[in-house]
Design a protein around this ligand. Structure first.
Ligand SMILES: [Zn+2]
Ligand SMILES: [Zn+2]
Length: 263
């Protein structure tokens, strides 16, 4: 902890709050996103761990490259400006970068709350994005990749990026967290969405331990099916779809698989 505090002290003495919250958040986001997403492109290209790949279909190198170029463009032209303009909002809501760092209890409880809130907003927004007009003009971009591969998680229409950004910052905006908590939340959220789109269902996937967590198996189904039939609208958890009955197709398919294995 002392090392972390020393590191933090270095950051706050050498950079302004604004620089840390905007440029710092952007650099952290890019690093976590590409470092966690790129390995899945490598796995797919080399055909490694294919036994855990959810779909047999492969993405072409051209499709992967298109995704990366488009992402870089949107990250610089949409995400970065969004991080810059949301800084005053966070400031107003009480975000701080000062020492001492928050206790782990505060950090954990805030992040749990953010995940629950984000999942709730995402569920309804995402269901709305699956209505005819919005799907055709906005959300179909994200569904261009019916076989997701990690980096496709953030591949979306700019209007959808704004919605995703909104769902992500509602929690922090109403609780005014420490910048460290905000960075941790952002990192976990990125890792979660990359995992949900990674295209592989490993024996060590989190959803195997926590059935309430959706993960790749849950979200991959959403990408495979026709947009009116897909269901599984949540971002992180499975309970919203269960509560509102939008996971029926997925559950049915799962029980069929279990039946065919046992018979
Ligand atoms: Zn969708
Ligand atoms: Zn998706």
């Amino acid at each position: 902890m002392a090392t972390l505090e020393r590191g933090w002290q270095y950051l706050v003495t050498n950079f302004t709050d604004f620089q840390l919250a905007s440029i710092g958040s952007f650099l952290l986001h890019e690093s976590i996103f590409f470092l966690s997403g790129l390995p899945f492109i490598v796995l797919e290209r080399l055909g490694l761990l294919n036994q855990y790949k959810i779909q047999s279909k492969m993405n072409t190198p051209a499709a992967q490259e298109k995704c990366i170029t488009r992402l870089l463009l949107y990250h610089f032209c949409v995400n970065l400006p969004l991080m810059i303009v949301s800084y005053p909002v966070f400031r107003f809501m009480g975000m701080t970068s000062e020492l001492p760092l928050p206790s782990w209890k505060v950090v954990v409880s805030q992040i749990v709350l953010y995940f629950i809130l984000e999942d709730f907003i995402f569920y309804w927004g995402h269901r709305f994005l699956h209505t005819k007009w919005l799907y055709k003009h906005v959300h179909s971009v994200h569904h261009e990749y019916a076989t997701p591969f990690g980096l496709t998680s953030e591949y979306a229409h700019p209007a959808e990026i704004l919605f995703l950004g909104f769902a992500t910052i509602v929690g922090p905006a109403i609780t005014g967290p420490h910048l460290l908590t905000l960075w941790l939340w952002m990192s976990l959220r990125v890792l979660e969405t990359v995992e949900a789109h990674c295209g592989y269902h490993f024996p060590w996937s989190l959803s195997k331990v926590f059935p309430i967590y959706g993960g790749a198996d849950f979200h991959d189904y959403h990408h495979r099916l026709l947009y009116t039939k897909s269901g599984n609208y949540s971002s992180t958890f499975t309970y919203m779809d269960w509560l509102f009955g939008t996971d029926k197709g997925y559950r049915k398919l799962k029980s069929l698989k279990v039946d065919s294995k046992s018979s």
